[in-house]
Design a protein. Structure first.
Length: 72
């Protein structure tokens, strides 16, 4: 994000590409968690400890979230 405005691109969203089905809150949360975890892992060269620190959670919590959203 440049300045104070966050764009769809900053969030990894493509403008104009809506999901065909509306998501319920649980699905939306899992998608957001999956994206945040994936980005944190990419930024830390797949270091679980560093990704957990970046996300502000513990390593065990990160492992639990990864299992919940289907990431290995």
């Amino acid at each position: 994000a440049d300045g104070t405005q966050i764009t769809a691109a900053d969030l990894g969203l493509e403008a104009g590409h809506a999901d065909p089905q509306p998501l319920n809150l649980r699905q939306a949360r899992e998608n957001a968690e999956r994206q945040a975890i994936s980005r944190a892992l990419a930024q830390t060269d797949n270091s679980i400890a560093q990704a957990a620190e970046l996300l502000g959670i513990t390593r065990p919590t990160l492992y639990d979230l990864m299992a919940k959203v289907g990431l290995k």
